[in-house]
Design a protein around this ligand. Structure first.
Ligand SMILES: [Zn+2]
Ligand SMILES: [Zn+2]
Ligand SMILES: [Zn+2]
Length: 175
């Protein structure tokens, strides 16, 4: 199991599930269809393992590690998929912009927003429900770009991960 806290039951009463879970499952069908379309357009193949991995990531609103993912998509009762196959599938999904890798957790999350692999995205990771919000606003990007330029720093790779409590869990804690 993950080292995150168990399911966030504390806000299940009001909305059935947390907002992240709702948002993610709502985007699953369109996210998968978009991935299929993008692959076709780019002359790439969403192979069964790539598709299964993406589907499984859409099935969870929390970041999932590669080994955990292997367990989830290996055929029941069958042989567990080799980590190398999982990593290859994940690399592909990240490169095509279907999935983000969260560096601080070494885990992956489906991106329903169509962010490119090289676009700057700030991740807001909730330590209570485990949900991840993404911010790709022009203001955030301009601030980071301006900061780097101000220092004459040539960026080759950037990670913006902020850990805390999401709006939903904050409110639940107050109530
Ligand atoms: Zn994204
Ligand atoms: Zn939360
Ligand atoms: Zn949540």
């Amino acid at each position: 199991m993950t080292k995150m806290q168990p399911a966030s039951d504390h806000h299940d009463h009001a909305h059935g599930q947390c907002q992240h879970a709702h948002d993610h499952s709502r985007h699953a069908a369109t996210g998968l269809a978009r991935a299929e379309a993008v692959c076709r357009e780019r002359g790439l193949r969403l192979t069964p393992i790539r598709r299964k991995a993406l589907e499984a990531l859409y099935g969870d609103h929390k970041p999932v590690g590669a080994y955990d993912l292997a367990d989830r998509i290996s055929p029941p009762g069958g042989r567990r998929l080799a980590p190398i196959s999982i990593y290859r599938a994940l690399d592909f999904l990240v490169e095509q912009g279907f999935v983000h890798r969260l560096s601080s957790r070494n885990a992956f999350i489906a991106c329903p927003h169509g962010h490119g692999a090289n676009e700057t995205v700030a991740f807001l990771i909730c330590e209570v429900c485990g949900g991840v919000d993404e911010d790709a606003s022009p203001a955030m990007r301009a601030a980071i770009k301006g900061m780097a330029e101000g220092r004459r720093f040539q960026t080759s790779y950037q990670v913006v991960e902020i850990v805390g409590r999401c709006e939903h869990c904050r409110d639940a804690a107050v109530a």
